[in-house]
Ligand binder design. Structure first.
Ligand code: URA
Length: 427
């Protein structure tokens, strides 16, 4: 076996054996295979793709480069949700404590913003004191005592993915379905789960612009989960407009608290319930989907979910009651009359990043106070001068974005096709 031979096999479009994949990824994690050979293999995978068996073998090796959590599963099932990333996607903040209210344990290892999409850890860090760098023992203890946790990956979780992701980022090999699948699934499977639900997003604010690509990614991830003994399903969900009314950090925590208290925007609630119902039914907590909805809505509406969120925040050192700064609004008005026929959601997400709400390079500080508030939805009728968006930022910065944010919303004479938040279920 040698690395150049394995690279050539994939370069020429042939299937790698699990032994070849294990040898290569094992060598890369130990530092025996240099980054230039790993980069070459990543490019060959990017160009030639991988079969389901190869993708599973790649995921297993990345998982095996680190630890897999073990749990005493005699009293509860361990479950999680993963989203491929969107603008305004705050579902993790609501769903994780909600699952704990239903008797499930949710050890969520989450990430930071990537490109135009927001990151759960960045949002939670707008709560003063909130720790997102728990040690694995802390993560395990809190999962069993509180029922839920949301924290970042530690060095022990799939270290091969961390090394490979850094290479992919600088070698134009991020957007590859087998590489994304192995990257996401190795980290999720390291949580030692019984059940996983995936929220695979498509549309203007998602990495996968086309439904077909999202479907392909979802199929690949569901197949890997199933082959590793984790009940896995996926919802393909629309990201052609931000989820909810706000995108940013503190504003999304505030909006999550509204949903956790039984209110909030209907789309955030709908998606949270649909993803939660997948987990409740697959783990046997509910015998039917309507029963799962009953349990979930009950905990949102009777105050349990917000109490559990508060408990999670306190357990992670956060001050739930401390003020979270939100920058002042600067309104962007419609230049035309007609239907809101298209929303460039990625552009709105990028505006939040540029205002300081996300990072342009690793290590950039995040301004938790900035964001955007969408005052209209896809398909609404607006008149000239009607407010479309509030840019939440210091006035001078907001003024620079007025034009770009206005252009992110197309107002035209033609009534657009309505969007359907949940397009398909896979699993
Ligand atoms: N998120 C990940 O963790 N990995 C990828 O490859 C893409 C998104």
């Amino acid at each position: 076996v040698n690395a150049a031979h394995i690279i050539a096999v994939k370069r020429d479009g042939h299937e790698l054996t699990s032994e070849q994949i294990a040898w290569f990824i094992g060598g890369f994690s130990r530092g025996d295979i240099p980054h230039y050979q790993m980069s070459a293999l990543a490019m060959a995978i990017y160009l030639q793709g991988m079969s389901a068996a190869e993708t599973t073998a790649l995921t297993m090796e990345m998982l095996a480069s680190g630890v897999t959590l073990t749990w005493d599963k005699s009293t509860a099932s361990y479950v999680d949700k993963h989203s491929t990333g969107g603008v305004g996607d705050k579902v993790s903040l609501v769903l994780t404590p909600l699952l704990a209210c239903c008797g499930l344990r949710a050890p969520m290892i989450s990430g930071r913003g990537l490109g135009s999409t927001g990151g759960t850890l960045d949002k939670l860090e707008s709560i003063p004191g909130f720790r997102t760098n728990l040690r694995l023992e802390e993560l395990q203890r809190q999962t069993d005592s509180v029922g839920c946790v949301i924290t970042g990956a530690t060095d022990e979780i799939a270290p091969a993915d961390r090394k490979l992701y850094a290479l992919r980022d600088v070698t134009a090999t991020v957007a590859s379905i087998p590489l994304i699948t192995a990257s996401i699934m190795s980290k999720k499977l390291a949580e030692g789960l019984d059940v996983l639900v995936l929220d695979v997003k498509f549309g203007s604010g998602a990495f996968m612009k086309r439904l077909e690509d999202a479907r392909q990614l979802a199929n690949a991830m569901v197949a890997v989960g199933a082959s590793m003994g984790v009940k896995t399903s996926a919802l393909l969900t629309d990201m052609n407009q931000p989820l909810g009314r706000f995108a940013g950090n503190a504003v999304e925590v505030n909006e999550s608290i509204e949903v956790l208290s039984g209110g909030g925007p209907p789309d955030v609630r709908e998606l949270t319930l649909a993803l939660g119902a997948e987990l409740l039914v697959s783990s046997g907590i509910a015998s039917t989907t309507p029963e799962a909805y009953r349990q979930l809505t009950n905990h949102l509406d009777n105050g349990d979910a917000i109490v559990k969120f508060r408990e999670m925040v306190l357990a992670q050192g956060g001050d739930f009651d401390a003020a979270r700064n939100v920058a002042p609004p600067q309104v962007v008005k419609s230049r035309n009359a007609g239907y809101v026929s298209h929303i460039d959601t990625e552009q709105l997400g990028m505006a939040v990043v540029e205002l300081g709400g996300g990072r342009k390079k690793v290590g950039d500080a995040v301004d938790h106070s900035v964001g955007v508030e969408l005052l209209v939805r896809h398909g609404d009728i607006v008149s000239v001068g009607e407010p479309l968006v509030n840019i939440l930022a210091p006035p001078q910065a907001a003024r620079q974005w007025d034009e770009i944010v206005a252009k992110a919303l197309t107002v035209s004479d033609s009534r657009p096709e309505p969007l359907s938040l949940i397009a398909e279920r896979i699993g």
